[in-house]
Design a protein around this ligand. Structure first.
Ligand code: NDP
Length: 367
């Protein structure tokens, strides 16, 4: 089978591509420039002819045109040319991941527009030109289910993040950077489900939405230095490794009180493949989370597992180690993962596995 992966050079997508190739799928990746495609060809050259790429410079591009039927001049046919029309031709399935992940934009629309229009665009192309497509897996985010409140809470697939969207509508560019990103993911996922609802009579494929929380773990795409890591892998490096041992500037109190939920990037890639394969996942929203953390827990694991890394790189940040988790730590955000368990049957890696392999990856890169 041939699977299209959008934004194939990204942190998560590169793992999806690799996992698909390792399982014998052929993969076509979309990237924004020729250079990024050539870079991926190099990374995946051991899979020989199994990987190809197409350049889609602007995922939001739509061109409306009106064709006049050659044989009956009176018949006018309205067409939309979408960014992914050529990319979807001949593919059996699609994993859509391309979306901006950054906290540096002022105008929330700089995140929202590509997130929403990119998602609608791939779905329209699949409908119009994806005659072989049977399934689309869209990487949303657990942020599309999460609302922040004063008390610890466990979220499920029934929950929606109306809070971030309302906040962006209320204060526009003055809302927090993370809120802008959360709103972009929520609106894009809503757009995907609306598309399915509005076109259900004619769609021949189904949609699976995966909602991962924060994604950490080794990298498999091209990154030259730690400062060039993407948002979450970079945040992990800054807080857990950070050779100045100041934990990304977090105070001991912040290390113990701030956190979220997490998933290993390799497990998320595995979940993507399972989501393509499992019949019962059709038209389901699935939270893919390994569990909760506060940053101090990562620091404790890192310090207990990495003596050689410690030795060669100086001190890791220590914070104040947790001695009694039940009394010292509160996880504010948790996710019910019974649906992922039931539909995908995924087994998640532990924090220890993630730290061990991520440090081995850093060492192999000479970081
Ligand atoms: P990366 O930044 O590593 O990858 C993002 C990908 O999307 C890149 O290929 C990037 O292309 C592409 N992209 C970004 N903006 C645009 C745009 N305006 N037009 C076209 N392509 C664009 O991010 P991740 O791998 O971390 O994230 C991948 C997906 O997973 C995203 O949808 C993200 O929201 C979602 N996600 C990520 C989580 C995480 O913790 N990392 C958690 C939950 C969901 P280019 O390199 O050219 O910029």
């Amino acid at each position: 089978s041939l699977v299209l992966v959008t934004g194939a050079n990204g942190y998560i997508a590169a793992w999806i591509v690799r996992t698909l190739l390792e399982k014998g799928y052929r993969v076509r990746g979309t990237v924004r420039t020729e250079d990024k495609g050539r870079g991926l060809e190099k990374i995946f050259e051991r899979f020989e002819q199994m990987f190809e790429f197409v350049v889609v410079p602007d995922i939001t591009k739509v061109v409306n045109r009106v064709d006049i039927c050659q044989y009956a001049m009176l018949i006018m046919i309205a067409h939309q040319d979408n960014a992914f029309d050529d990319a979807v031709k001949g593919v059996d399935a699609i994993a859509h991941t391309a979306s901006p992940v950054n906290l540096n934009t002022e105008d929330p629309q700089d995140l929202i527009r590509p997130a929403v229009h990119g998602t609608e665009s791939i779905l329209r192309s699949a409908l119009q030109d994806g005659s072989k497509v049977r399934r689309i897996v869209y990487t949303s985010s657990a942020a599309a289910a999460l609302e922040l409140g004063p008390k610890p809470r466990t979220f499920t697939e029934k929950d929606w993040n109306n809070q971030s969207v309302a906040e962006v509508e209320r204060v526009g560019k003055d809302t927090s950077p993370i809120n802008k990103y959360h709103a972009s993911k929520t609106l894009a996922e809503r757009a995907a489900w609306s598309f399915i609802e509005n076109n259900k009579a004619v769609i021949k494929w189904d949609l699976v939405v995966l909602n991962p929380p924060l994604v950490y773990g080794p990298i498999t795409h091209e990154v030259s230095t730690p400062s060039a890591l993407g948002l979450t892998a970079g945040q992990f490096y800054d807080i857990v490794v950070d050779h100045s041992a100041d934990a990304g500037g977090k105070t001991p109190e912040e290390l113990r009180s701030t956190g979220n939920c997490w998933v290993d990037v390799r497990d998320l890639a595995e979940a993507q493949v399972l989501a393509l394969q499992k019949h019962d996942a059709a038209n389901e929203r699935v939270i893919v989370s390994a569990g909760a953390f506060v940053w101090q827990e990562w620091l404790d694991v890192a310090n207990s597992l990495a003596p050689t890394y410690l030795h060669s790189h100086g001190n890791l940040p220590k914070g104040v180690p947790i001695t009694s988790p039940a009394t010292e730590i509160v996880h504010q955000i948790q996710y019910d993962t019974s649906k992922a368990d039931r539909l995908l049957g995924i087994k998640f890696r532990s924090k220890e596995d993630l730290v061990k392999d991520t440090f081995a990856d850093y060492e192999a890169r000479g970081w």
